[in-house]
Ligand binder design. Structure first.
Ligand code: C2E
Ligand code: CA
Ligand code: CA
Ligand code: CA
Length: 279
């Protein structure tokens, strides 16, 4: 086993430029990852800016593979999309997160916290999505109004009329919809009144820059104002410092998420974090 490990790493260092090979290896590993139970979820709290209490958490996927090690989602989600594997992986995420959430609640860890789950473009395009989500809600007893699905602007704008239908169907199920990475898409703002959306998540690039860059600060300010004018709630992600949190609170941002409050946490750490919060 020891020499096999060395061969594997030599293989990868020799072939680092060979993107095709690396992709094939990753794809082969990704195809088996669900069956081999290589995925876990981490949870990152989001904080209500007014009460300073935890309002919910976002489930973030983690992949630990014997050949590739820890692979960050930024390195495999796109491949999962391109191969269609994201449909089964995304369904696993949704079911696992809802199951976990109801287990936390049954154990008395919290009551009423919201759960955010990221959806990919391929999932949104899948004709089975709405039925599958309905099924997961029934199966896990997760209350629909406490589940929030995060979509990006480009997911919606790939095929706006189909996306509009999907969102209406999701709203009929009773789930909430948030636009992730808001401000980074190319799209016009017209879709905001067409689509049934509940929340905007200001992209972390603007939040991270807001204290040093007046353009970033102006964008954060404008997104909060726009969201509120449209009756939407606004979340800032990438909140890394106390001064950032303070200025977002002063701007009227509704919720805050970022390393300043907590990194995404594995289940045991998340449980400890929640237990350490004031009632
Ligand atoms: P995202 O949905 O925008 O998630 C936020 C990312 O920012 C997460 O990276 C999180 O760990 C990171 N982050 C949180 N707070 C801070 C902060 O204060 N500063 C900085 N610099 N970063 C922060 P992560 O977990 O690596 O996920 C990357 C992306 O992968 C996600 O971006 C999302 O697009 C995708 N992803 C993750 N899990 C899933 C999933 O279950 N399904 C799908 N479709 N995509 C997922
Ligand atoms: Ca997200
Ligand atoms: Ca985001
Ligand atoms: Ca992102």
């Amino acid at each position: 086993a020891k020499s096999a490990g060395r061969d594997t790493s030599r293989f990868f260092s020799l072939e680092t430029n060979n993107r095709v090979m690396a992709r094939q290896v990753m794809e082969a590993q990704l195809r088996q990852a669900l069956d081999h139970h290589e995925f876990t979820l981490h949870y990152q709290p989001r904080i209500n800016a007014k009460t300073r209490q935890v309002q919910g958490a976002e489930a973030l996927l983690r992949w630990s593979n014997p050949v590739l090690g820890q692979v960050p989602p930024g390195q495999f989600i796109q491949l999962a999309e391109e191969t269609g594997l994201i449909k089964s992986i995304g369904l696993w995420v949704l079911r696992e997160a809802c199951r976990q959430w109801m287990a936390f609640e049954a154990e008395g860890l919290f009551t009423g916290l919201e759960l955010s789950v990221n959806l990919s473009a391929a999932q949104l395009a899948d004709a089975d999505l709405v039925d599958q989500i309905g099924q997961v809600l029934r199966e896990t007893h997760m209350p629909a109004n406490r589940l929030e699905l995060e979509l990006t602007e480009s997911h919606l704008m790939d095929n706006p009329s189909s996306a509009q239908e999907k969102l209406s169907a999701l709203k009929r199920l009773g789930v909430n919809i948030a636009i992730d990475d808001f401000g980074t898409g190319y799209s016009s703002l017209a879709y905001l009144k067409r689509f049934e959306i509940d929340k905007l998540k200001v992209d972390q690039s603007f939040v991270l820059g807001m204290l040093d860059d007046s353009a970033d600060a102006a964008i954060v300010h404008a997104v909060i104002a726009l969201g509120h004018t449209l009756g939407l709630s606004v979340v800032a992600e990438g909140v890394e410092s106390g001064p950032m949190a303070q200025s977002l609170i002063a701007l009227g941002c509704d919720e805050l998420q970022g390393y300043w409050f907590s990194r995404p946490l594995a289940v045991p750490d998340f449980v400890q974090w929640i237990k350490g919060q004031p009632e």
